[in-house]
Design a protein around this ligand. Structure first.
Ligand code: MRU
Length: 366
């Protein structure tokens, strides 16, 4: 999507320098920095320390990480170690394992001399496929927004609430939850977005708000606890969120706090949609609460916040008493019964084994 007048992806291969480059997301929205990822360690740090984040982008980054490592050392040992090391970086987003498995399946049978080129080609394809999946999510999600808009009086806007950043920064381009919003704006449908700040790391405040600003989409940043109130007062027409892992039965695991939004949406008859490219489906698990590993992150993300001082310096401050420990589960699971529908690249389906199997008969496991 656009940064100023220039189109960017969140990760790309820079031909002149021969390097993989990313937008270093820890500095947004205060600074726009592009960095090179040159070694496997660079990729590990970038994913683990959230220079890049968001399930689809984590997957694409891991694929490029394998490709860069294959150029340095295409041995079997290096391939196996790279799978393990990259897989350890973040436990919840299934796109990571999906991308590593894709790379492994392709590279293992190849002679060592062919691995580097084949790996880079597949990494580019994974990135391109993600862009196309997310574009199609926008095409299908647009119909949901269009239908709500058709019931509005002239001059009224469609109010959409989103949580975390499931925007283009969380994918290679377009975003998942944001793709229908970008498509609606392109289509001339008036929308307004409620952006949950998304404590503790504030991906909504830092990243989604930045995206909305950059694309001129009317929005307000709200505290995480405001959504239920807004829904009670008819100020939310629709919730769209992303997911880090969707089970074969339709449960969705997403950023902590998503479940509470789904509960509030159900209590207020607000449609609650989840947008996902198919690599986010884990066909091996059924019960999300029981089976999905939830990432526990450092407690300083809870006890401290980062922000910009009046003089422009970006700094971190402690908000809790000395000695108070923080608890930091990074994701939660929304059971399928609370999900109105799943927006995928193949269309919208019910969050159920039958719904997913109907759209993906080629992927479902018997
Ligand atoms: C299109 S991204 C979907 C999810 O990955 C997104 O909603 C999310 O929870 C991101 O979490 P993060 O911890 O920032 O990687």
């Amino acid at each position: 999507m656009k940064v100023g007048d220039k189109h960017y992806r969140s990760i790309w291969f820079d031909e002149p320098s021969g390097q993989v480059q990313i937008i270093e997301q820890r500095w947004l929205p205060h600074e726009f920095r592009v960095v090179d990822l040159k070694t496997r360690d660079d990729f590990v740090v970038a994913i683990r320390d959230m220079w890049v984040r968001g399930a689809p982008l984590i997957g694409a980054t891991a694929a490029y990480g394998v490709a860069v490592q294959m150029a340095l050392d295409p041995s079997d040992k290096s391939l196996a170690e790279t799978w393990d090391i990259l897989h350890e970086t973040r436990p919840t987003a299934i796109n990571l394992r999906w991308a590593l498995d894709e790379m492994n399946a392709l590279l293992k049978p190849l002679p060592k001399g062919e691995r580097a080129a084949a790996a880079m080609k597949r990494a580019h394809e994974i990135a391109d496929e993600d862009v196309e999946c997310n574009r199609m999510i926008g095409v299908h999600g647009l119909e949901i927004i269009r239908e709500i808009a058709s019931r509005k009086k002239p001059g009224e806007v469609v109010n959409i609430l989103t949580h975390c950043n499931a925007g283009w920064l969380a994918t290679v381009d377009w975003g998942t939850a944001t793709s229908p919003m970008y498509h609606a704006v392109q289509d001339g449908i008036p929308i307004h977005v409620w952006v949950d700040e998304t404590r503790p790391r504030n991906q909504g405040a830092l990243l989604t708000a930045w995206e909305m600003n950059s694309h001129g989409i009317p929005h307000h940043l709200i505290v995480d606890n405001a959504g239920g109130h807004l829904m009670q007062h008819g100020q939310v027409d629709l919730v769209i969120v992303g997911t880090d892992r969707t089970t074969a039965h339709g449960d969705v695991c997403n950023k902590i706090g998503t479940y509470l939004k789904a509960l509030a949406a159900r209590d207020n008859n607000v449609p609650f949609y989840v947008a996902l490219p198919s690599p986010t489906i884990d066909w091996t698990v059924k019960d999300g609460v029981a089976e999905i590993p939830i990432e526990e992150r450092t407690d300083t993300e809870v006890t401290h916040v980062q922000g910009k001082l009046a003089d422009g310096t970006v700094t971190e401050v402690q908000i809790s008493p000395d000695g108070t420990p923080g608890g930091n589960p990074a994701f939660d699971v929304t059971p399928r019964r609370l999900v109105t529908g799943l927006i995928t690249e193949r269309g919208v389906c019910e969050a159920s084994p039958e719904g997913l199997a109907a759209l993906f008969p080629d992927r479902v496991r018997k």
